[in-house]
Design a protein around this ligand. Structure first.
Ligand code: FEO
Ligand code: CA
Length: 674
């Protein structure tokens, strides 16, 4: 399926769904040995019959039919789950739901004033000037930086990934299928102002309720319309980063499609640039009306990254989003951006040492020696899992850490069938990463991270989304789906997976800096009662607890894994809205899952982020009322501004649905799920 097919697909209701479908198009030419093949080879049925796999591996891989009864004791029943809450009922309706005994308050909505002097939101009279001072659209990553010892005051750092014009603007409708004819320069500037991120001070009052400090001195909007940033690391200043606006190749305006992210141990915020390709434009089309890259510099590189995607019309008006006028401009995006929330005058820094790809997230931890380690997925079918390890160690002197994201080694993962994972260094001059193979320097290796990883023989994955390290040298990798996988080994009956799986990595020596570790599958997602789905959960998981399409994740203060989902337009296949689940990783209940929070229809569950005291959980409901609304009984049509499937969270007949951050606390106080 190509871009035009997606735009014209009658089953795709809006651009959010189209984006999801666009991710279906693999750009990796090396598809000879995918993670599916490796799983099949690693876990042959013979091994199971010989009892060579542990119980959890057997149940997760082969389901009840291959089940060896778990060693359950009374103390290990689900009632004794480490996730102490009564599970929600799964389903889908117009609003959100949280487990009994918890409050879920809407803290920040698209358009809420966040800078001093910001105007109140007026949805019928939107302007870029107002949006630049208001909370942006499609909140995804949420981080929290405490400003006091008690953690009752702090900065919320929120990514605004993208915009949905058909539910944002009155009378407009979906624009990519209409040649962007309705997209005026004014509307484009509003879209740009609604992207990026927000830093917002929040306080917890004595009643335990969190509220926004609108005149907080550190409040800030970061966006692609006019936020100045700098490039650093090995690719900064390289010829391929130079543009007419920036002859030095060291400066850039803005950040794009900021999906998930992370917080560093020294309290800076990492914003991951994901689907940057979608913002680039060309007027040079081939006979089929598709982008013609034959005259472009770096055509192979652009092709591998899917540039230009032409999902937004910004490049019609801005040279910096038009590859005909600025062929190097896309090389300035697809990076991880570091922001210091404590200094509102600081320039965000694009850290090129962490590679260029469709960065889903950037969750950081430290190695046993104290080096910084960042786990990062490249969210495309058949793309790769990466991690970055700094040369130096994290210092208690905050300023001393500024070089840790510039000097270090980027690795890509190879998962082998013997159960080992090997981290392959992306270092110029080693192995195939030489001038003869098109990599003249480390800058080339980083600008073309995907091509370099192809050359190293990394394992093509089923869309690596968020990856979450835990302090003990474990990391959880969310693989959201891959309906293009063709392998049909009977030991792995899902030749095309709509529902994804989760891989657990145990780094050698419990050290996140290790270049080798072991891997196993924690769960294979989807409905375990349908044989052809091929899902595998611990059978103690209830009908409410299983899920599809893991996306973001978090580890709480108790070391427990939480997983949020993004099924996109496929939620109708499960009948469940997206939500947040507690997924057990230990003991006899390993591989069970419990539903804690669910989204309103069409919304994707983002965040999650737990405060250090375990008493507050921040969640982000992205694009409510958009994905797959035709599957909602009683609505059964595509959402528009005038006729959305839900008007969550305001339920005001004059207000469309608004992406919002939700804060969850326990009624009466205390740690969540404890
Ligand atoms: Fe923006 Fe891969 O989710
Ligand atoms: Ca995501």
């Amino acid at each position: 399926m190509n871009r035009d097919d997606i735009i014209n697909d009658p089953t795709i209701g809006n651009k959010a769904e189209a984006y999801e479908a666009f991710d279906d198009i693999p750009t990796n030419p090396n598809l000879t040995r995918t993670i599916g093949d490796v799983i099949n080879a690693r876990y042959g049925r013979r091994d199971v019959l010989k009892g060579m796999l542990g119980v959890s591996a057997t149940t997760t891989l082969f389901g009840a039919s291959a089940l060896i009864a778990p060693d359950a004791t009374a103390a290990d029943t689900p009632e004794n789950s480490r996730y102490a809450f009564q599970e929600l009922e799964a389903g889908n309706d117009e609003t959100h739901h949280v487990a009994q005994g918890y409050d879920a308050h809407v803290l920040l909505r698209w358009g809420d004033p966040v800078l001093a002097g910001a105007p109140e939101f007026d949805v019928m009279n939107q302007t870029a000037a107002a949006q630049l001072m208001q909370f942006g659209y499609n909140n995804d990553y949420v981080g929290f930086l405490p400003l006091n010892e008690a953690g009752t005051r702090g900065l919320l750092c929120v990514n605004h990934e993208y915009t949905n014009e058909e539910v944002m603007f009155p009378g407009l409708g979906r624009q990519d299928s209409a040649g962007f004819k309705g997209m005026t320069p004014e509307l484009i500037d509003i879209e740009m102002a609604a992207h990026g991120g927000s830093i917002v001070e929040i306080v917890k009052d004595p009643t335990g309720a969190w509220r926004v400090v609108q005149d907080g001195k550190l409040n800030r909007r970061i966006q692609p319309l006019n936020t100045a940033m700098v490039m650093s690391g090995p690719a900064a200043g390289h010829e391929r980063l130079k543009t007419n606006d920036d002859p030095d190749g060291r400066n850039v305006i803005g950040t794009l499609n900021n999906c998930a992210g992370g917080m560093t141990p020294w309290g800076t915020w990492l914003m991951a640039e994901e689907n940057f390709h979608g913002y680039y434009w060309t007027d040079v089309l081939d006979a089929d009306g598709k982008p013609d890259l034959s005259g472009q510099a770096d055509a192979d590189s652009k092709k591998r990254y899917g540039v230009p995607g032409m999902w937004y019309a910004w490049g019609k008006y801005y040279d910096r989003f038009n590859i005909d006028r600025e062929p190097n401009a896309p090389n300035k995006f697809g990076w991880v951006v570091e922001v210091d929330p404590l200094d509102p005058a600081s320039l965000p820094i694009k850290r090129t040492a962490l590679g260029r790809f469709r960065h889903e997230g950037a969750e950081a931890t430290t190695s046993t020696e104290g080096r910084l380690v960042v786990y990062m997925g490249d969210d495309n079918r058949f793309d790769y899992q990466y991690k970055y390890v700094s040369d130096g160690v994290v210092s208690p002197d905050r300023a001393a850490n500024s070089g840790l994201l510039d000097q270090g080694t980027l690795y890509v993962a190879r998962f082998d069938e013997d159960g080992t994972v090997t981290w392959l260094p992306l270092v110029h001059g080693t192995g195939p990463l030489t001038r003869e193979n098109g990599f003249a320097s480390q800058a080339d290796v980083l600008i073309d991270t995907r091509l370099a990883a192809d050359a190293l023989g990394a394992t093509p994955m089923d869309r690596p989304e968020d990856a979450q390290p835990r302090g003990d040298g474990t990391a959880y990798i969310m693989l959201t789906n891959n309906n293009k996988r063709k392998d049909t080994n009977p030991a792995n009956p899902r030749s095309a997976s709509d529902f994804g799986h989760i891989i657990e990595i145990k780094e050698d020596g419990g050290d996140h800096a290790a270049t080798r570790g072991t891997w196993s599958i924690l769960v294979k997602c989807g409905d375990p009662t349908l044989a052809d789905v091929g899902a595998h959960w611990n059978p103690e998981t209830s009908q409410n607890g299983w899920f599809g399409s893991p996306d973001n994740c978090a580890i709480d203060a108790e070391g427990r894994l939480w997983v949020s989902t993004d099924q996109g337009s496929k939620w109708g296949k499960t009948g469940k809205s997206d939500g947040l689940y507690g997924v057990e990783t230990e003991g006899a209940l390993r591989g069970t899952s419990k539903l804690f929070f669910r989204c309103p229809v069409g919304g994707e569950m983002c965040g999650p982020y737990f405060t250090d005291d375990g008493e507050t959980l921040f969640l982000a409901v992205q694009h409510p009322g958009t994905d797959g609304t035709k599957a909602l009984k009683g609505f059964e049509r595509k959402s528009t501004f005038e006729d959305p499937a839900t008007r969550w969270p305001d339920f005001d007949p004059d207000m469309p649905p608004r992406p919002s951050v939700v804060v969850v606390t326990k009624q009466g106080g205390g740690k969540i799920a404890v």
